[in-house]
Ligand binder design. Structure first.
Ligand SMILES: Cc1ncc(COP(=O)(O)O)c(C=O)c1O
Length: 374
């Protein structure tokens, strides 16, 4: 039986009917860009994430660039980022005219290593840092990052594209952040029907700058106080996301159940499956298994043959990408991010994956491993 890596068609009862009705209303209302649907979604997200402001924008990459630019990051500034992240994190830095420096990861939680980060701050005197909450959880040193950056006056942007719905000590992972970003790319835990993103922040003046940047630097319809661009959120995306937010508790429960299933049952097969640090509740964005490169290759061949979907998030560290050459201003640490890239394997995990699909994936992996280990 084939099992997809991800399936975005597992709609809850009544979802499609509600969406059809919303499409009708939105079309009749003709509020296609901005408008009440966007404002309502922004207000709900600010409440959900525990931040004072939530500013919708065109996508998660723009959200990062908006956060950096609204914080005054520009040409000549150094910005630190983890060596294990999606390429967009680096793009946002470079597209602001700033200089990216990568920091290696901690192999225990796969997030940027805090001690190496401190070393990078001493070495490069950065203006800002992007802390990426990768795989559905945050660094076990999250509180240290926040207090260190606050004390040093260092801009900390939290790339939360992969942690919507995750919690730290029983509260939203964003509740104590100063500035964070979200991506609503369809495959995310809260996904749109197209591209969409958001910047979360606590400060009123910062929120105003962010709003202006998303909308041509506007202070009034034809008044432009700065040079921004067009990164506005559309009404259809916002409305679809609001509907998704209504169903988020069920989606999170389903994802977390699958993540726990994998962790428990893969441990019985002696497969290393990374868990969120203590005190954190992951959102179940991804299953993250680590293998030796040889075993991973053989396992992938069997999964492919048996039509079981899988991912390698991500198969190359940022600093080893061809596009990083000539762009990176520096790199701190060893080769943990590269080791991760060579060994990471993600098994199917999505909202409303069924028990029999999970069992199918597991038995395929178990049989394949038996053959590989012989
Ligand atoms: C960690 C991370 N940062 C940034 C992005 C960029 O978001 P988008 O694709 O919405 O531009 C993504 C997702 O695609 C991501 O996973």
């Amino acid at each position: 039986m084939a099992v997809p890596f991800i399936d975005l068609r597992r709609f809850e009862d009544g979802f499609l009917e509600s969406w059809s009705e919303r499409c009708r209303q939105l079309t009749l209302g003709t509020q296609f860009v901005g408008g009440p649907a966007v404002e309502a979604f922004e207000a709900r997200m600010a409440a959900y994430c525990g931040t004072a402001h939530a500013v919708g924008c065109a996508n998660g990459t723009d959200a990062l660039q908006l956060a950096l630019r609204a914080s005054g990051v520009g040409p000549g500034d150094v910005v630190l980022l983890p060596d294990a992240t999606f390429w967009a994190t680096l793009e946002a830095v470079v597209n602001c005219g700033a200089q990216p420096v990568t920091v290696d990861i901690d192999p225990t939680d796969l997030q940027m290593d805090f001690e190496l980060f401190r070393k990078a701050v001493e070495t490069y005197s950065p203006k800002a840092a992007i802390l990426v909450h990768l795989y559905g959880w945050a660094s076990h040193r999250l509180a240290d990052y926040r207090s260190f950056c606050r004390e040093r006056g260092l801009v900390l942007v939290e790339d939360g594209a992969q942690v919507c719905g995750s919690e730290v000590d029983g509260r939203s992972v964003f509740a104590d952040c100063r500035l964070a970003t979200l991506s609503f790319y369809p495959a995310k835990v809260l996904g749109a029907n197209g591209d969409a993103g958001m910047v979360l922040c606590q400060d009123d003046a910062l929120a105003t700058r962010l709003r202006q940047l998303t909308n041509h630097g506007r202070s009034s319809h034809y008044g432009h106080t700065q040079v921004g661009w067009n990164s506005r959120l559309g009404g259809f995306e916002a409305s679809y996301l609001s509907l998704g937010l209504d169903h988020l508790p069920e989606r999170l429960a389903s994802r977390r159940r699958a993540a726990t299933f994998y962790r428990r049952r893969l441990a019985e097969l002696d497969i290393r499956c990374i868990a969120a640090p203590q005190g954190q509740l992951e959102n179940g964005y991804l299953n993250v298994c680590l293998h030796s490169p040889e075993v991973r290759g053989e396992l992938e061949a069997v999964l492919r043959q048996q039509q079981i979907g899988f991912g390698n998030v991500y198969p190359c560290s940022v600093s080893q990408q061809p596009g990083a050459q000539g762009v990176l201003a520096g790199k701190i640490g060893g080769a943990e991010a590269e080791r991760l890239a060579k060994g990471v394997l993600n098994l199917p995990l999505f909202a409303h994956i069924e028990d029999h699909e999970l069992e199918e994936v597991l038995s395929t992996v178990a049989t394949a491993l038996q053959g590989i280990r012989q």
